[in-house]
Design a protein around this ligand. Structure first.
Ligand SMILES: *Cc1c(COP(=O)(O)O)cnc(C)c1O
Length: 430
């Protein structure tokens, strides 16, 4: 596969942009190669500047659940664009999207739109602190909640992949107010939350972890978390930036029947444009400025193009049977992928899947938390990634991420992917 143009562009980009990328994992460092530069995408396919095509399983890291260039979404953006691209004033599309979000997500009574998942989580934590008058944020090891200062303690996603424990530039004072505890560990959870000396404002959790690879919550874990936080007056924040409109229309909270106090959304909610949101109980949301004293604002928040893309996306997702069909075909694919991996690499892989997102871990597993995820052989994943990319299959360039399926993936895409994966597993077994 010829990637000359990508290589030239990467060299130029590195002179101008740190690492040549605007988000670290894209640089492909942990998989031992250089990135390809993308020209365009359509449906389940993505095309690089050298004219190579790939079946895309990143889907822009989750947002493209309908596939790229979905006609309804593209049309909605085009239509909105003709009326101007930004007003910095209220517009009807914000109300339309708010109504859809509130209708879809059980715990959300009011919602505020921002422009990224990071902004959503950062604002939700400020709100929880303002509401409770307390300081400490509890998160889980391997959980990723965007790049705000408070979250860069034992974080997942690129923070794990690049092997950095926290981040320089985050003051000690802030780190001191973040506690990270093991995911799926009930004893540690109860002990921490009951520690009165800690002054805990909120717990933030990915209800299905997605940034140490996919890891499901242990049976009863979320229920116990809800009971404890209710009892102790701690705000429970579900970071559903990945799972929102992915685990089900109502996210992981609808799937598991747990009601958080606040929910953070991102990725799918913008249909490929930059949108984040946080929402929840009215009594808490009304603490936000201008109704209440907790300040949060955004010049481009509620941007009409972004709202139009989100609205068109959610309308597609609300069509009957959407998730049943997507989950059925994704799970079938996952099972076949695992069977092939087991055939050639017995005892050396495990697969975690929740509907249309999965992680194939290069460890015998099981992977149930950050520590067990760390047993994965990242060098082997790197080789798997490189071989698959050369064969036209575009996977996440890091072990601790998901493989995202979309409505646009066809049986033919899956068949081709499995055939290529099998030949790569055979090479890895040699
Ligand atoms: C991607 C992600 C974020 C951050 O969203 P950005 O839009 O990248 O700022 C936060 N939380 C989770 C769970 C995510 O996966």
């Amino acid at each position: 596969m010829n990637t000359d143009k990508s290589q030239q562009m990467f060299a130029r980009a590195q002179q101008l942009i740190p690492g040549g990328v605007d988000s670290p994992v894209r640089a492909c460092k942990s998989v031992g190669c250089d990135p390809v530069f993308i020209q365009r995408a359509n449906g389940s396919k993505i095309y690089d500047v050298d004219g190579n095509s790939y079946i895309d399983y990143i889907g822009s890291w989750g947002p493209m659940i309908l596939g790229h260039n979905h006609p309804a979404v593209s049309e909605a953006i085009r239509k909105a664009m003709l009326d101007g691209t930004s007003f910095g004033a209220p517009c009807g599309l914000e109300i339309d999207l708010a109504e859809l979000v509130i209708q879809a997500v059980p715990s959300i009574e009011m919602v505020r739109f921002v422009s990224s998942g990071t902004e959503a989580t950062m604002s939700a934590v400020r709100l929880a602190r303002g509401y409770t008058g307390r300081k400490v944020v509890v998160k889980f090891d391997g959980g990723y909640h965007g790049h705000a200062d408070s979250f860069l303690v034992k974080a997942g996603s690129g923070v794990i992949t690049l092997g950095i424990p926290g981040s320089p530039g985050v003051p000690e004072d802030i780190v001191r107010n973040t506690m990270s505890i093991p995911y799926n560990n009930l004893t540690k959870l109860e002990e921490t939350l009951r520690n009165q000396a800690l002054d805990i404002a909120c717990v933030i959790i990915e209800p299905i972890a997605g940034n140490m690879g996919v890891v499901a919550p242990a049976p009863g874990f979320l229920k116990k978390l809800r009971e404890l936080t209710t009892e102790l007056g701690i705000v429970l924040i579900f970071d559903e930036v990945i799972t929102g409109f992915r685990a089900s229309l109502g996210g992981a909270q609808a799937k598991f029947g747990i009601t958080p106090d606040l929910t953070c959304l991102g990725k799918i909610i913008g249909g490929g444009l930059p949108v984040g949101a946080y929402g929840g109980k009215k009594a808490i949301m009304e603490m936000i400025s201008p109704v209440g004293p907790v300040y949060q604002a955004g010049t481009l928040s509620g941007n009409p193009l972004a709202m139009a893309a989100g609205k068109a996306t959610l309308q597609e997702l609300m069509k009957p049977g959407f998730y049943e069909e997507l989950d059925r075909k994704s799970e079938g694919f996952g099972q076949r992928l695992l069977a092939l991996a087991n055939k050639h690499l017995p005892g050396q892989v495990c697969l975690n899947q929740m509907g249309s997102v999965l992680t194939l871990f290069f460890t015998g597993g099981p992977v149930t938390d950050f520590e067990s995820a760390m047993h994965a052989d990242t060098h082997r994943y790197g080789r798997y990634y490189r071989e698959m990319r050369s064969a036209g299959i575009y996977l996440a360039p890091a072990q601790f991420e998901g493989m995202f399926m979309s409505a646009a993936h066809t049986e033919a895409d899956f068949g081709e992917t499995l055939a290529k994966a099998e030949s790569v597993f055979i090479k890895l077994a040699e």
